[in-house]
Design a binder for this molecule. Sequence first.
Ligand code: ATP
Length: 442
Amino acid sequence: MSEVTMDKIVSLCRRRGFIFQSSEIYGGLNGAYDYGPLGVQLKNNIRDIWWKEMTQLHDNIVGLDASILMHPKVWEASGHVSNFTDPMVDCKQCKSRFRADQIDLNAACPVCGTKGSFTAPRNFNLMFATHIGADIDAASTIYLRPETAQGIYVEFKNVVASSRVKVPFGIAQVGKSFRNEITTKNFIFRSCEFEQMEMQFFCKPGTDEKWFPYWREQRMKFYIDRIGIVPDHLRWHQHGPDELAFYAKDAYDIQFLFPMGWQELEGVHSRTDYDLTQHQKFSGKEMGYLDPETNERYIPYVVETSAGLTRNVLMALSDAYEEQTLADGDVRTVLHFHPNVAPVTVAVLPLVKKDGLAEYAEKLEHELREDFATDYDQGGAIGRRYRRQDEIGTPYCVTVDYDTLQDNTVTLRFRDSMEQVRVQVSELVSTIRKATKEYKRV
Ligand code: ATP
């Protein structure tokens, strides 16, 4: 087993078209990334698995897609205008900028080594401000949302009034969020523009004590069973008194063992009725819920599950990456993606281009497109083509050879074990489906 470093992941992502630095031809823009052909597919797959898990497999969760731009009062009510700040310091010597809570202010500057060179910490609001309309003044200031959750809270009443949901129920949303992060390092781990997958679960006060552990269990299972993450690479971190927001009852983070160490992947938070109460106060609108059975009126409590989608992409890549030394001494780079997560599911490869093999393989690849994300590759030695697919995490390769023309069988090669079996073309789809269903990371 080789060591997984961030440099290796970044280099593979660039080389194979997963992720590029934004605006690279102009020297790049810090904290912004472009997802290439394989990266966007990987990201979409994780998003779709999450969306299905939330809105399809749970009968009491509905979806929402709120706008990124919202009324500025939303962010006053949520506390973001006054509190969404990080303490920032600069090194007076080299001008490098740091988050004061992430370094020792009495120590030397980690960049230039000068001692006692930091400015006093000052608070810096992480929201990106912009203006709506033609007038650029304080009255026209609006913000790019720093989280998707507030869009859910402000639509709570509309969703209740227009759909048949009854408390307890959840609203799920995936979308972009923006934070003017002071330090953006570790590739896509912390970026200024990123995507979140958030679900706010509204329940009767008191029942949050039941739903909070329920959602914690659900979320951990999701990563292991659906995304296929190695269980040892995940753990819980409970917020201590200094980390807990003043309104929160309890909060846990799911942490993943990233190449730079254990870091937050998702937060599962018990938020009480804080958010709806704040919006009631600031909007003057009733945000309560009338229980149709008991006629009780109350402001629901919220259990929130808040995950970074782009951070999930980094997790999937880090968890899957391996440089494997084979029996013959060869080294292959392989991404052990779960087949549901892999950007390409099946690659079809003719053993050679001539004698009708390429035509057969191309036709087969076209047919498989109905069922799977496919790739077709006819260039170079077959061993090299397998390696190329291993490196992008394709779980299944189908090879068309001379026997195929005689008996309509193909070789099906499994990425992780490199085992090869002979399969009738007519049984290919069902064989791959079955293997995907039974997939276990070895
Ligand atoms: P931190 O304290 O590390 O800045 P946070 O605790 O404020 O992060 P939350 O507001 O709880 O993070 O956001 C929920 C999730 O959104 C995080 O678990 C993470 O996966 C993702 N996320 C937050 N900020 C970023 C970012 N700048 N880039 C990428 N993903 C992020």
